[in-house]
Write a protein that binds this ligand. Sequence first.
Ligand code: ADP
Length: 270
Amino acid sequence: MDPTPEDDQPVPGLTTDDAPLLALHGVHKAYGRGARSTLVLHGIDLEVHAGASLGIVGESGAGKSTLLSLLMGLSAPTAGTVRFRGRELRRARAGRMRDFRRAVQLVFQDPRSSLDPRMTVGRIVREPLESLGIPGAHGERVDELLEAVGLEPGMVSRYPGEFSGGQRQRIAIARALAPEPEVLVADEPVSALDVSVRAQIVELLGRLKAELGMTLVMVSHDIAIVGQLCEETVILHDGRIVERGRSLDVLTAPQDAYTQRLLAAVPRLP
Ligand code: ADP
């Protein structure tokens, strides 16, 4: 048998239960072509195992959005591989891509722009169930989801514009949870919110992670928030991972000079 990972074939040795759900190996990403191309990610290695919580921290321009787009299968690496359950995403066929779309859900930074203002809350939360062809009683599921994120089921017929920023982010989280994802990817999930509601959304994400045993990947410029939610942290600087480890260790005993500078800029750690 050909051992190379053609199409949808599993990669030998990478499909056991211990295999990471998501894995980036030797990932480089360049924008532009030829002489004008700029390399923005330089050899990223990253693994996300089931049940883990990983924070990716970096300042603006570090490469977080680029990394997220690769992780979500929205763009392909210039070199290296991005795998879901041991299989390379860029080689995946439609059926496998559908499984991936269901299994990995994204919560965006700003719920003002990520929720369609013309759709009712009920339709917004139900939409992924319909578009992914998930069978079952969608109405009941929507009620359950709203309750899980601390909203009243009676809100289904209202519109996003009627809600506060924190409530809108709860709606966005309910939508992301609808297809029962294995991995929730949160892109700066609280940075567009008022400081007063940030802690509530962090608390909600922490509770959902614990109750649902969900795998969480969070991208943020805020090392303190990542430290509250994620057991592991990687620090991205100029497209390279400069430090990684248990969040507690990274926060309390940073090894890299850049991480030390980031931490020194945090006014007060919780
Ligand atoms: P972050 O999310 O951490 O702010 P990005 O991934 O957005 O970082 O950007 C990393 C680097 O890539 C930056 O220097 C940015 O200017 C550059 N970049 C991002 N997107 C593009 C693009 N579409 N074309 C060219 N350069 C880009």
